[in-house]
Design a protein. Structure first.
Length: 276
C-alpha cells in the first residue's frame, strides 16, 4: 500500500490546476482588434448618418444667420468703405435697420400672400364670433329680464284681480246691510253666475223668456259701456276709495273702523303693498 501512488484529493490544488480555465474575461488578439473595428464603424455610421433634407436646411440656415458678416464679404466691405461700422443702423443718421431682414421659410404650397389673407380671415372670424357671443349674452339677459317682468306683471294682475273680487264681495255685503238692492255701479258687486235658461212648451212663457233675455242683453251692453276704459287696477282703486269713504272699511285689514279718523290712525294704507 505504501508503494502505491496516492490519488490526489479532488479539493487539492493539484486537482484544480489540471482543469481548463473557462472564466469570462477580456478578448485579446484578433478578437480584440475585430471588436475595435466594429465599434469605430458604428460610431462613424451614426456620425455620417444622412439627416432629412428639411432638417439639414434648417441647421445650415440657422448657422448662417447666427454668424455675423466678416470683412471678407464683398457687400460688407463696400459698406465699410462708405463709412459703415458693424452694429450701427443704416441711413445717414444711423437710425435704420441694424439687423438683416429675417427669413421666413414657406413650408406649404400656398401662393404669396395667401397666408396673410388666411390670417386676416381668421382674425375677422374670431372677432365676429366674439361679437356674436356678446350679442347672445345681451339677448339672453334681456329675455331673462323680460321673462321676470312678465312673471311679476302676471303675479301683480292675479293679486289685483283677487283683491278686486274681495272688495266686490265686501261692498255687496256692506250695501246689503244698509238695505241697498243694487250697486251704484254694476261692477261694484261680484258678477252674478250665469243662469241656465229652461225651455218651456208654453208660447207665452217662451215669449216672456225671450223678452227677458233681450232685457238682460241690453243691461249687459249697458254694463259693458260703463266698464269701458277701466282696468282692474283702476277699478280696485275706485272701489277701495268707496269702501273707505262710505263704510270706513279696509279690505286688507278686514275691519270696519268707527270713523274716518280711526281708519287713518290704524290702517297702514289704501294699497296691498302698504299692508305687507
Amino acid at each position: 500500500m505504501a508503494g502505491e501512488e496516492e490519488e490526489d484529493d479532488y479539493m487539492s490544488d493539484n486537482f484544480l490546476a489540471q482543469t481548463e480555465s473557462v472564466r469570462p474575461g477580456l478578448s485579446w488578439g484578433k478578437h480584440a482588434r475585430k471588436n475595435d473595428q466594429e465599434k469605430k464603424h458604428r460610431a462613424a455610421s451614426i456620425k455620417n448618418k444622412l439627416k432629412p433634407l428639411r432638417q439639414r436646411e434648417h441647421e445650415e440656415r440657422e448657422k448662417g444667420m447666427n454668424n455675423a458678416l466678416t470683412p471678407d464679404n464683398k457687400g460688407f466691405a463696400m459698406l465699410q468703405k462708405m463709412g459703415y461700422k458693424q452694429g450701427m443702423g443704416l441711413g445717414k443718421k444711423g437710425s435704420g435697420r441694424a439687423e438683416p431682414i429675417p427669413i421666413e421659410v414657406k413650408a406649404d404650397r400656398g401662393g404669396l400672400g395667401r397666408g396673410a389673407q388666411l390670417k386676416r380671415r381668421q382674425e375677422i372670424r374670431e372677432r365676429l364670433e366674439v361679437e356674436a357671443m356678446r350679442k347672445r349674452q345681451r339677448m339672453m339677459g334681456q329675455l331673462k329680464g323680460d321673462y321676470n317682468q312678465r312673471m311679476r306683471d302676471r303675479f301683480d294682475d292675479k293679486t289685483t284681480n283677487k283683491d278686486l273680487y274681495d272688495s266686490q264681495r265686501s261692498c255687496h255685503h256692506l250695501d246689503n246691510q244698509e238695505g241697498y238692492e243694487e250697486p251704484i255701479l254694476s261692477w261694484y258687486w261680484p258678477p252674478k253666475p250665469e243662469e241656465k235658461k229652461l225651455e218651456d212648451d208654453d208660447v207665452t212663457d217662451q215669449t216672456e223668456g225671450a223678452v227677458q233675455i233681450e232685457e238682460e242683453e241690453e243691461e249687459e251692453e249697458g254694463d259693458d259701456e260703463e266698464e269701458d276704459g277701466l282696468s282692474p287696477q283702476e277699478k280696485l282703486q275706485e272701489l277701495t276709495k268707496y269702501l273707505r269713504d262710505t263704510y270706513h272699511y279696509c279690505v286688507w285689514c278686514g275691519t270696519s273702523y268707527e270713523d274716518y279718523k280711526d281708519l287713518l290712525a290704524n290702517c297702514p294704507g289704501n294699497t296691498n303693498d302698504d299692508h305687507n
